[in-house]
Design a protein around this ligand. Sequence first.
Ligand SMILES: [Zn+2]
Length: 344
Amino acid sequence: MILDPDLIQFTTQFLEKNGALVDAHPDHIHALLPGHLADSLNLPEETRLGSNEHPLLYGSPVLDRLVHAATSRIPVTYGTLSIPYIKKAGFDAAIAQDLSFINAKCEVGVRAETRTSYMIITCSYVALSDERKEGLTRLTFHEPSGAVVEDFEDTVTDFECSYYRKGNLPPQFSTRIGLTLQKALKSIHHSIEQDLAPFIASMRRRLHRDVLNTREYYQSLADEMRASLAHPNLSDTQRMERQEKIDGLQAEADRKISDLQHKYDTRIHVRVCAGERYLVDVAQLIVTILYRKARRTLPVFYNPVTRRIDPLVCEICGKTMRRIFLQDGKTGVVLTCPECSRNR
Ligand SMILES: [Zn+2]
């Protein structure tokens, strides 16, 4: 089975950084792990990830342990935000503004004040190609769902926060956040790719230009040499040698082009630098979705930090969404993003 390229990259980088020898393929990763790493990941020293024995999928135990090991040494702060006022009315308008149920109707039911948790992750990245580009990215995730909550990281500083010491954390900070972190890493990679899109596009343009120049150069060289074959003073041997050179030009051009492709290839390294986890009092609304003859209730949150309804998460691919489609699944009605709705 072909593995998710993000998982291959993450796993390879993490294992190599910790002293492993890694041979990555599209459908499995073959790794030789140093003893301490094998012990901490509960894997044999020679291991094949992506096999039936050690599947490398979102939610798989091996990935859980890898994510835990990769994030356990990252500094994390914990706090509760003081929310002076929690919205009490006007939720119909808020939902209509922030969530679009494209093929279903939505009714707002009971409202309750509750406490939920958000995590801000800060990552640095380096993209290496013919040039180097560095950057920082900061994203916020709603911990229970893994949804990306836009702008939270910018507005959170408007609120007072009481911080906790480690060892004295309230139980509302769940320790079972492996799945959220996996979704978060995927979203972070996606966000970094968007940040880097202009850089990657400029490397592609340069590659395209250099490849064209190389082709033109070798074409005119071949034309020139072919024309010189007609020279009356050439001996048969010289003519044969020149012909051989002409015949070899295409292979030489192909080699040069492959070097260029390697030179402009972009490799991206991502490092998680810090985590901030916040408990926040929010308004929770139970909404009822009416889709054909089915009804489904689900909680949505009005977030007092962003002053918006938090987005939802596609129940097929895990992507954050504000445009929501409904469709029939095996065990009932499923919420999906526009892409998954098209691909079903
Ligand atoms: Zn989806």
